[in-house]
Ligand binder design. Structure first.
Ligand SMILES: Nc1ncnc2c1ncn2[C@@H]1O[C@H](COP(=O)(O)OP(=O)(O)O)[C@@H](O)[C@H]1O
Ligand SMILES: [Mg+2]
Length: 209
């Protein structure tokens, strides 16, 4: 029987491409379901029909766009997923897991594209209307490891120069440093099971609270 989550949790998975977000989000979903929780796994940008179309545009390597356009597209997709998927699920007592959320935009569009961080964060606020993650994992990996894991087929963002990813990685580290209570920094170069042991530890701490 599904357990009623008295305090639904909103958990996000963050870090550069290839750090292991999707792998860990999947394992977390499996783990929580096996424990009897109601849980929903989403990804950003995407997870609604409009947001999936925005995803196609934003990740299409053949399309050129200004940095500000890119930022607005991510925030538009975020407004969609938040109002139509995340908030209703949390209202029903479902745990929500999201593969990327606004920290990715802070890291990629803020630190990576060098857009003004305060402006970027102000837009998150408008897009999410108070729906903020309770717990965020940042998986840190060096660029060499990340690139080796990604292989050849890269999307528009993944095809950016190395210096861009360096800034993005440092951006995530900065986010983790500034918000230690919410954001847990985990060494993503460790084996999958070991990384997940860390995820589970923080998750259980939050759930048992
Ligand atoms: N801890 C790990 N050690 C080794 N390989 C991993 C690890 N985590 C994920 N991978 C592999 O690296 C690739 C990228 O992982 P993925 O979870 O898709 O990363 P992301 O979603 O952050 O881009 C996949 O092929 C995955 O199987
Ligand atoms: Mg992924």
């Amino acid at each position: 029987m599904a357990q009623l989550n008295e305090r639904p949790l909103f958990v996000t998975f963050e870090g550069i491409d290839g750090c292991g977000k999707s792998t860990q989000a999947f394992l977390t979903h499996q783990f929580l379901v096996s424990r009897g929780y109601k849980v929903k796994l989403l990804r950003e940008p995407g997870s609604t029909s409009v947001a999936e179309r925005i995803r196609e545009v934003v990740l299409n390597k053949r399309l050129k766009m200004s940095d500000l356009t890119e930022l607005f597209l991510y925030e538009a997709a975020r407004a969609e997923i938040t109002s139509r998927e995340i908030a209703p699920a949390l209202d029903k007592g479902t745990i929500v897991l999201c593969d990327r959320f606004y920290d990715s935009t802070t890291a990629y569009q803020g630190y990576g594209r060098k857009l003004d961080i305060r402006m970027v964060k102000a837009l998150h606020k408008i897009a999410v209307k108070g729906v903020t993650p309770d717990l965020t994992f940042v998986f840190d990996v060096d660029l060499k490891t990340a690139f080796a894991r990604l292989g050849k087929s890269k999307d528009r963002l993944e095809s950016q120069p190395k210096a861009f990813f360096k800034r993005v990685r440092l951006g995530f580290l900065e986010i983790a440093r500034k918000e230690r209570r919410r954001v847990k920094l985990i060494d993503g170069t460790r084996p999958v099971d070991e990384v997940f042991d860390n995820v589970r530890k923080y998750l259980l701490r939050k759930l048992d609270r």
